[in-house]
Design a protein around this ligand. Structure first.
Ligand code: PLP
Length: 383
């Protein structure tokens, strides 16, 4: 039994992050003492409405847009639904053609597919072998009737950062809107890198609470509400305001953005050390997206002769938490649509494992994880 076997190592921050203690403290009063409904006319409601206004202003300032462009949602999935369906349906007179990158999260892909029932046509654009969606490929897919294009800021499996500025120029020149799912980059990279007509943000990816997020939709872009009900969020997203979570979301985003340079440098040093060791210890490792710009946290590996599912299972038995691509699809045996779209071999696709580092990981955890991975790979290969 080796010394490290009692320690658990969490390397799945792309799936979710732990709630920061400071953020939890800021949220706590809104569960009990400050419990009013933000829509109520009395002082209980006003107190909560004030907190909501502050949270909205904080988010807007943090991402550099006017407060009126912020709509709180129950997470990244709802933000993507609102953006993709809401904008496409409200602007149907422009056309019923949507372009999506083939490596989008299911929240985007399934939202787009759901519009087929209303006569929309979907074109999927593949990335290059490094997982980059080329602006020229998007340009080729555009048509006079294209109403919306969706390309994410950075991919959730590979961490590859997309050339959104160049894509935005081309999409706007064609008179279409660009939706950019910023769920993986929010809190780590500035939003100015990703000019778009709308962004999706999810608080649990930057040490905020789960079940809350933001759809930022540019003023002047028409969209239809997808959550019908009361007049909350200026009538565009019904439902009693989830004050504790919204306060937590705003605090977490501000904190993450404030510390991002320092955190990015630290996290990328862990990731780089991990990859250096893995490549030295294990033969036949392919780092997916290695030649592209990547988020500092992500390391997506394909290891020859090994199924990703097996690696993740054996790592878990040894106390290391990693994932096969998107957390939402793990457990299912469907191959990664991201690695498939990148044109990787069937072996690389089935061998994909994602490690994602966070600010609370330590250098020794990165080293131990590489060592444990090499042991797991040896045991699989020896069977
Ligand atoms: N978009 C991306 C890129 C994601 O990684 C995720 C979650 O993993 C989502 C959307 C969905 O966000 P949420 O979990 O807040 O619904």
């Amino acid at each position: 039994m080796t010394a490290y076997q009692n320690e658990k190592i969490y390397l799945d921050h792309a799936a979710t992050t732990p709630l920061d203690e400071d953020i939890f403290k800021k949220m706590t009063p809104f569960f009990k003492g400050v419990f009013g409904n933000a829509s109520s006319q009395h002082s209980f409601g006003r107190e909560v409405a004030n907190a909501l206004t502050c949270a909205r202003d904080d988010v807007a300032r943090a991402i550099g847009v006017p407060s009126k462009e912020i709509y709180f949602t129950c997470g990244g999935t709802e933000a993507d639904n609102l953006g993709i369906k809401g904008i496409s349906l409200a602007n149907a007179e422009k056309g019923k053609h949507i372009v999506v990158s083939a490596i989008e999260h299911p929240a985007v892909l399934e939202s787009a597919y759901s519009l087929r029932q209303f006569g929309y046509e979907i074109t999927e654009v593949n990335p290059d072998g490094d997982g980059v969606i080329r602006p020229e490929s998007i340009e080729k897919a555009l048509r006079p009737d294209t109403v919306l294009v969706a390309v994410m800021s950075a991919n959730n499996e590979t961490g590859v950062i997309q050339p959104i500025k160049e894509i935005y120029e081309r999409v706007h020149a064609a008179g279409a809107y660009l939706w950019c799912d910023c769920v993986q980059s929010a809190g780590a990279l500035p939003f100015s890198l990703f000019p778009a007509d709308g962004w999706a943000i999810s608080a649990h990816k930057f040490n905020g609470p789960k079940g809350v997020g933001v759809a930022r939709i540019k003023s002047g872009v028409r969209f239809l509400p997808q959550m019908c009900g009361g007049h909350q969020e200026r009538g565009l997203r019904g439902g009693t305001i989830n004050t504790p979570s919204i306060v937590g979301c705003a605090e977490a985003l501000c904190k993450a953005q404030k510390n991002c340079d320092e955190v990015n440098a630290y996290v990328s040093s862990l990731r780089n050390e991990f990859e250096k060791r893995v490549v030295a210890l294990i033969d036949g490792v392919h780092i997916n997206g290695k030649n592209a710009q990547r988020l500092p946290s992500h390391s997506d590996l394909s290891i020859s002769g090994c199924e990703g599912q097996n690696i993740v299972m054996l790592l878990d038995m040894k106390g290391v938490a990693a994932s096969t691509g998107a957390a939402c699809s793990s457990g299912a045996t469907t191959p990664s649509h991201v690695l498939t779209a990148m044109g990787l071999s069937a072996e690389c696709v089935s061998g994909g494992v994602r490690f994602s580092f966070g600010k609370d990981n330590t250098p020794s955890e990165a080293q131990i994880a590489a060592q444990i991975l090499s042991e797991v790979v040896s045991s699989i290969r020896s069977k």
